[in-house]
Ligand binder design. Sequence first.
Ligand code: GRF
Length: 211
Amino acid sequence: MDNAGKKISVAVLASGRGSNFSAIADGITSGEVNAEIKVLITNNPDAKAIDVARKNSIAVEIIEKRKFKSREKMDLGIKKVLDRHNVDLVVLAGYMLLITSKELLNAYRNKIINIHPSLLPAFKGSVHAQQDAFEYGCRISGVTIHFVTDDVDGGPVLYQEAVDISACKNAEETAEKILLAEHSAYKKVVDSFSKGTYIVEGRRAIFIRKD
Ligand code: GRF
């Protein structure tokens, strides 16, 4: 992979297992992803993602909902950490809370990305989109990476990839197959930010490569 371009500074927000976070960190180690993860922010002190951060010597900030008077104040706590680490990109990787603060969303407009395990707008807003796709009898589902806005799972789409789930026997198998695509997709998209920028025009995110 061509790794010319500026190494980008990244913050990852995760609440649980952290397999996407781990895939991106591994991609950095292998040279596939031209980025540096400055900090993991989690709302869950028991998140497995914390072990991933420790293994990769990445700073951890635990920002728990119960320690703030409101969600706005919590999100402003997150903003402070992002500002302090001077990050170019914020990667939501299984972060289970919605970012609702306008101040945070405006300050990091078109700099916060999320991964959703379906081809949006299918199963938009669902926290079990893989199960939904299996139960619906979909033959094709997939992965969407999009900018985060105040419309849940509704921001401009940066990347989509279809996954053939027609042979999957249950929701778990469906989720596993989609997860593999998530890992490779997230590495590609995070790396792309070192090679250019995304211009947003209406609903479209257009990638402009730096030469
Ligand atoms: C992934 O399926 C992601 O698409 C969804 O939450 C899951 C997080 O998994 N938003 P992990 O924590 O990255 O393993």
